[in-house]
Design a protein around this ligand. Structure first.
Ligand code: UGA
Length: 301
């Protein structure tokens, strides 16, 4: 198959593109290398991929000869409010609307990366997909808008709601990445709020497996949670990384962050039944992989 992966220089997109290549597919990566974090890191992620530098919000996406699109390009980050709002509109809503137009015209399936943040403070835990969405961040609101656009366009779309993905190449603004780097540098770590907030952390390899399966065999219009099996609070997760690293983290509590939900807990009954997918990586093993990667990166300078 010939696939397009948007956001292929990002964290999840780069792992997905590499996994598809390893399965023998042709992969064209698309990314516009925004400076949300160091673009040099994205260049590193995309090394070895056939990349097109393209701003999906204004440049055309050529889908000639393409069998499917994985749309992972986005403005990420749930804790951003204020002046950056137009970036969420542009990089999530406008870019996705244009990707959907292109996919519908070319009659090509699209797998859309959505987010657990569409649930906000969820009405039920574990949270099934038909729970009423109540996002509390510009990110979650625009991701929910992307989902709704896919229905409006009647695209052959599959929506995946990823739950806090972690592992090697995690974005530098995310929790585990920052904890690892603080442990390595011996610097204090700022935790937002009590640290009792919890997440269904999802290992990146599990997220990639769900994403490939969705393209291959999900029914059109399906929406699935992609969430890890082990829920942990931030303080519990720090404890695990302290054990793995043999170091102690100097934790400082600062105010809770706007946009942060107190809990996510994925109900994965639907994706298990439809695609036979379930999270396989135990949190501790996934964190060992993350620690090895972060340590090697810092050691390499
Ligand atoms: C993550 C991603 O950043 C989003 O792009 C994604 O859509 C979302 O998961 C999702 O599941 O949909 P988040 O759950 O906030 O968002 O993941 P982290 O950035 O790893 O944060 C986890 C927790 O650690 C949050 O409660 C946050 O407040 C806390 N945290 C993070 C800190 O206490 N200190 C930090 O320096 C960073």
């Amino acid at each position: 198959m010939r696939y397009v992966v948007t956001g292929a220089a990002g964290f999840v997109g780069s792992h997905l593109a590499q996994a598809l290549l390893e399965e023998g597919h042709d992969v064209v990566g698309v990314d516009c290398f925004t400076d949300y974090y160091d673009p040099a890191e994205k260049e590193e992620n995309a090394r070895g991929l056939d990349m097109r530098r393209l701003d999906l919000a204004e440049e055309p996406l050529d889908l000639g000869g393409v069998d499917g699109v994985f749309h992972l390009a986005a403005q990420a980050g749930v804790r951003s409010f204020g002046d950056v709002f137009p970036l969420y509109v542009r990089r999530n809503l406008i870019a996705t609307q244009r990707v959907l137009e292109a996919c519908v015209q070319a009659n090509v399936r699209v797998v859309l990366a959505s987010s657990s943040s569409v649930y906000g403070e969820a009405e039920a835990y574990p949270t099934p997909e038909d729970t009423r969405p109540r996002p509390i961040s510009p990110y979650g609101i625009t991701k929910l808008g992307c989902e709704q656009l896919a229905y409006a366009y009647r695209a052959d779309a599959v929506v995946l709601r990823y739950f806090t993905v972690y592992g090697p190449r995690q974005r530098p603004d995310m929790f585990f990445r920052r904890v690892c780097e603080s442990l390595l540098a011996g610097e204090p770590f700022e935790i937002y709020g009590s640290g009792e907030q919890s997440r269904s952390f999802t290992y990146v390899g599990d997220a990639v497996a769900a994403t490939a399966a969705a393209m291959e065999r999900a029914p059109a219009g399906a929406v699935y949670n992609v969430g890890g099996g082990d829920e942990a609070s931030m303080l519990e997760a720090i404890g695990l990384l302290e054990q793995i690293s043999g170091r102690e983290l100097d934790v400082r509590h600062v105010g809770a962050a706007q946009g942060d939900v107190s809990r996510t807990k994925a109900d994965v009954t639907r994706i298990r039944a439809a695609l036979g997918w379930e999270p396989r990586m135990p949190l501790r093993d996934g964190l060992e992989a993350m620690w090895s990667w972060a340590s090697a990166r810092v050691a390499a300078g």
